[in-house]
Design a protein around this ligand. Structure first.
Ligand SMILES: [Zn+2]
Length: 116
């Protein structure tokens, strides 16, 4: 059975699951390409598609308190990262709803018809 998934609009260049090749985000949705936590290099996206989120739990990141959710590929259910659900620090509110995806689980897909 074919897997149904959502393709981001204007998706001439997007990031997708390394394992099942489902698209996660457009190039325009990346807010940091250099996010690192505990030595794991990741991308930070403002918008993602084809991601399922787990239960909300609280954690500390760089001594700041957050509620986060684990993020799973909706195609192959691999845990690919996590999302900032809520922050208890006013100066960190810009991080809410940002999704962090481990670089080890994504590849770039470039449409050969793209004229960039
Ligand atoms: Zn996948």
């Amino acid at each position: 059975m074919a897997i149904r998934y959502f393709i981001p609009p204007n998706s001439s260049y997007f990031y997708e699951c390394k394992k099942c090749l489902i698209p996660f985000a457009n190039l325009d949705d990346i807010t940091s390409a250099e996010f690192t936590r505990r030595g794991i290099k990741s991308y930070q996206f403002s918008k993602v598609v084809n991601i399922k989120f787990g239960k909300i739990f609280d954690t500390n990141i760089r001594s700041k308190h957050y509620l986060i959710q684990n993020a799973y590929c909706s195609g192959c259910l691999t845990k690919v990262g996590w999302r900032y659900e809520f922050t208890f620090n006013d100066e960190e509110q810009h991080k809410e709803d940002m999704t962090i995806i481990n670089k080890a689980y994504v590849i770039h897909h470039v449409d050969p018809n793209c004229k960039e």
